[in-house]
Write a protein that binds this ligand. Structure first.
Ligand code: HEM
Length: 427
């Protein structure tokens, strides 16, 4: 399957298969024992992990048709989601991003922040990650859920259904996936029916709105199904919306949570953000994303590929998943475990001379799969932080910095502890 055979981490298991205390530490340990490139078996799957500078740079160069990110993501997320969400999609999450749609999403973000501030009221306590989730759900549903999806009772019904359909459970709580499989995804299927019902209502309402109503993306999702009879068209459009929503918001929401944690821990920076200075705020947002990354980045091999890791070139056969793990590479060079926004110049690292390869540090990806939502995600983080800090005085409720969920393997870290802040209106 892999020639020559790389070292095999015999006793190592991944958190979907065996109970592990800290999924990242397990692979860090394996690396200390087996070197920068080694295999791990997980169920019927073989993972080829690589961490060497040349290995990681070669990894990002692999072509999608031979070593697929799409298939690797599908294999990961199907642990949580019913297969029908992935099959037969006519609008894909990639299709969400053009310059004009980003401007539209930011307008929806402002509306979502207005609604959130009304919900928060003049003072109280809130968990930063729950707050981010609420804002993210609202922006997403207002942007691609059709008329009424981001408001009132319909928003609450959809938001609850999407809490159940949170695909990130597949990598944040990998240990819970055996129970999801045992139930045949019954709760997830019921939540999907709620989404289909609500999207049907939104499609009916679409006829009453004009072309310039902020629902252009939803209209194009619905039009892609116009050649089908009504029940199939509604279901098809609803599943397109569901996949877009599920695939899109969870990393942004988690990144926003850590960004706010980091700002609260750096009062000087917080003052700069509050003054509306965009560049330093964006640099800090990138730094928060870098340190909060817990992603396993993977490619499923569909036809044999060569992977150059420096001292060896491996021929990797189909069926193997090649992977690297950002929480190891992003912080391994001395000094990279510190929060230092000034290491960024624009959206690139100012100086990579101390890294073996630029690709050893990843926030939004490299090469052909670079995140198409990066400009939107950064603009959304900057805007949300600015408006929240301009509106409220925030005081952290924690005395020790919150830590990531230790079983998590994938995505941006979620917090293991509550991240409660006390807030009070500033004006
Ligand atoms: C702070 C928030 C976000 C972070 C840190 C992030 C990070 C990433 C990374 C690292 C990749 C590359 C993964 C790989 O190479 O396998 C990626 C790809 C992608 N992201 Fe994001 N992302 C964020 C927000 C979003 C949002 C809000 C959306 C959609 C609304 C989105 C949609 C996508 C899509 C569609 C891809 C796949 C691109 C491709 O395969 O060509 N991301 N993201």
């Amino acid at each position: 399957m892999i020639e020559p055979p790389p070292p095999h981490a015999e006793a190592v298991g991944l958190p979907w298969d065996i109970e592990v205390d800290d999924a990242v530490e397990v692979l860090a340990d394996a690396r200390r024992t087996y070197g920068d490139t080694f295999t791990v078996h997980s169920g019927d799957d073989t993972y080829l992990f690589t961490f060497s500078p040349i290995g990681v740079a070669s990894f990002y160069d692999l072509p999608e048709e031979s070593a697929s990110k799409g298939v690797a993501d599908f294999l990961m997320l199907r642990r949580k989601l019913p297969d029908e969400i992935f099959l037969g999609r006519r609008t894909l999450p990639h299709d969400l991003f053009t310059r004009s749609s980003t401007a539209g999403y930011l307008a929806h973000l402002d509306d979502a922040l207005d609604a959130t501030f009304v919900e928060l009221g003049p003072s109280g306590e809130v968990d930063l990650f729950a707050l981010g989730r609420r804002i993210g759900q609202r922006v997403g549903l207002a942007s691609w859920g059709g008329p009424g999806a981001g408001e009132g009772e319909r928003f609450h019904r959809l938001a609850s259904a999407f809490e159940v359909l949170d695909a990130s459970d597949a990598f944040v709580h990998p240990d819970a996936m055996a129970a999801v499989a045992a139930s045949n995804k019954a709760e997830e299927r019921a939540a999907l029916e709620v989404v289909i019902d609500e999207i049907g209502t939104a499609i009916d309402a679409l006829g009453d709105t004009d072309d310039d109503d902020g629902h252009g993306l939803f209209r194009s999702i619905v039009e892609a199904w116009a050649d089908e009879p009504a029940p199939i068209a509604v279901r098809g459009a609803a599943l397109d919306v569901a996949l877009a929503h599920i695939a899109s918001m969870s990393n942004l929401v988690a990144a926003l949570g850590w960004f706010l944690v980091d700002l609260l821990e750096h009062p000087g920076l917080m003052a700069e953000v509050r003054s509306g200075a965009r560049e330093p705020t964006e640099r800090a947002a990138l730094e928060s994303v870098r340190l909060a990354q817990r992603s396993i980045i993977s490619r499923h091999v569909l036809q044999p590929v060569l992977l150059d890791v420096g001292e060896t070139v491996y021929r990797v056969g189909s069926g193997v998943t090649i992977a690297t793990l950002l929480p190891l590479t992003n912080v391994e060079v001395p000094g990279y475990d510190e929060f230092r926004p000034e290491r960024w110049q624009g959206r690139r690292l100012a100086d990579v001379s101390d890294l073996g390869a630029r690709e050893l540090v990843t926030t939004f990806g490299h090469g052909s799969h670079l995140c198409p939502a990066q400009p939107f995600a950064l603009a959304a983080m900057v805007r949300t932080a600015f408006r929240l800090l301009d509106t409220y005085h925030l005081e952290p409720g924690w005395s020790v910095r919150p830590t990531p969920v230790r079983t998590q393997i994938g995505g941006v870290a979620r917090s293991a502890e509550p991240c409660t802040v006390r807030y009070v209106l500033r004006h």
